[in-house]
Design a protein around this ligand. Sequence first.
Ligand code: 3PG
Length: 311
Amino acid sequence: KLEVEGGGGTPSEAAKKAKIGLYFATWWALNVVFNIYNKKVLNAYPYPWITSTLSLACGSLMMLISWATRIAEAPKTDLEFWKSLFPVAVAHTIGHVAATVSMSKVAVSFTHIIKSSEPAFSVLVSRFLLGETFPLSVYLSIIPIIGGCALTAATELNFNMIGFMGAMISNVAFVLRNIFSKRGMKGKSVSGMNYYACLSILSLAILTPFAIAVEGPQLWAAGWQTAISQVGPQFIWWVAAQSVFYHLYNQVSYMSLDEISPLTFSIGNTMKRISVIVSSIIIFHTPIQPINALGAAIAILGTFLYSQAKQ
Ligand code: 3PG
């Protein structure tokens, strides 16, 4: 349920709803493009640590240029702000790398089916880490979400444990990131767009040394040569597209998170995954068994039930 929803239906509420609707549509469209280029890059250049780093570097650079040229107003931040952003950036970094590693090992659709169980993780984290309690119907709605994902995982033709675990780790990390981000943005003068920009910059600083340690310049350079020789010069444009679209879709998603609850965000995100799953299956000719698709449908239906239960 959108937080902006109300019984009155005044013009300003309608305008707010239209704005959120526009954010959601833009977020989903940008995300589909990101996922396609991200997978094309990973197929030719299977180094998820550097591609994750490049996405953050590109977003950070875009925002630094926007601030310097006053296209966007730079946020006024202090040391306290950056300290409170640190745990959010750690969660963002882990979630981002884990999802990218996952997509380097399995089909995009499989990663996103597992990631569609994010609302279930939202409940589990809120219950066990934050001590929040929910009505029984909410807990019951988790059963189809988890069951559907389990069915899909068990019947996936190209199952890979690293791919599965990466998507699961990303679920937990992003739930924490969203809860902490929402708290961090509350009452602050920093907008959703600038909050995400600062998050990118801090995540880039955290991720870079790990990317060098795990993969390193030698592998990157050798892999780059291979990718250019196999794909041709347009490979550079694929990398640019995955990096630019990564930043744009996240920026728009944070502009929405600024206005909605982390729960609504998780549900919007799950709906987004339907477009990603369908488009990536078509574009990459991913083989899907009917039982596998049934698992995905049950998981996504579970999310609908969950959103109803939460209302
Ligand atoms: C990433 O690289 O951060 C993931 O692809 C993010 O996935 P999500 O934003 O769809 O959860």
